[in-house]
Design a protein around this ligand. Sequence first.
Ligand code: XIL
Length: 459
Amino acid sequence: MKLTSRSFSRAALASAFLATTLGVSLVLASSADGAASTLGAAAAQSGRYFGTAVAAGKLGDSTYVNILNREFNMVTAENEMKWDATEPNPGQFNYSSGDRILNHAVSNGKRVRGHALLWYQQEPGWAQRMEGAGLRQAMMNHVTQVATHYRGKIYAWDVVNEAFADGNSGGRRDSNLQRTGNDWIEAAFRAARAADPGAKLCYNDYNTDGINAKSTGIYNMVRDFKARGVPIDCVGIQSHLTNNAPSDYQANLQRFADLGVDVQITELDISGANQANAYAAVTRACLAVARCTGITVWGIRDTDSWRTGQNPLLFDGSGNKKAAYNSVLAALNAATPTTPTTPTTPTTPTTPTTPTTPTTPNPGGCTASVSLNSWNGGFVATVKVTAGGTPLTGWRVTTPLPGGAAVTSSWSAGNSGTTGNVSWSNVSYNGNVPAGQSTEFGFQGTGSAEGLTATCSAS
Ligand code: XIL
């Protein structure tokens, strides 16, 4: 449900009424000392997200759904947006399970990472049997069709998954995809950008957690893509770990960020006795890298994990919080993390993007700045809300949209109106912003929002 400012203040009033009449303290996403009490709220304090993989078949399990709805503000379909699920027969697409997950996420105010457009595993049987030019054509059609179906609804796509070889070669993995020609990855990124210019486009892989031959091979590819203008915005570090993150985990995230891409921890799960410490170390590493925009764990309860019997997740089989959960939450609440930067993503070469508008000073205790990503007929606006010298306990932002522009979807804020003088207020988990810290919300729209500004006031 999208919270309008009216229903939001009504909900807030109702909570206050309940709290006073019942004389109990409600469990809110934020406690009196400013520490957040859920993973999503705690990550949002620094403008980051905390996500999980979700299986469509579990959306009827109330324990699962309660934890999902309470803790996470980003969702990845565990299997439902993969090639075998979305195109079971050539040219015949099935989005029913993927849509179920997406709709659950969106109607509960969460964003979605798309996973994965091209991967050598979980190819449908018909594609597994193809090679060469025919396969290349089928691959690009797949990317275009799926990215078009989800256009405007995906925060970031794993455009290509696991294309590099393990071991010391630093080169590509052999597969029928790779055998269509070494340029298949950049062709896929270009097709994805054309189909959904609002989505960040990621390369995603595993065994890339430290600085090693495989991650260096990927690093060199990303550097080359940036140099040649191939549209890539982010690198996913899956982070399927045992006991520890490598000691150069943060340095590895940072070197990718320094190439001018976001980094995201996309499939985190950690087995072994040192689990709680290792989870905290990974969390701190992301918080220390300005362009590490969020963390996704690969499932909710240990019993939901693909790593059967290894108990690598944050909740036990009954849905109880584990020590690892507490250590992640504490790490998210501790210290002063760097706020992720959201540079403007270049879109199609023909449409210039608007540079970030200057910060608008505001006496009400906060400032807001807009980063706009535009294409012909549409835009995505990311708005950064920064608290002044005193902590915020709620905020309101107005964004006067030019004539012809209209909001079609949004995340991490409730809006009143979709055209003209649209105003936004915080949702339950991102109203508390410590002094000097930031949080982000965003919206997608049709028309042109060139020159958009945002004005913030504390509420
Ligand atoms: C896994 C799923 O969790 C399993 O349910 C499925 O059987 C196989 O795939 N890297 C990825 C994910 O990118 O898509 C994989 O997910 C785990 C490894």
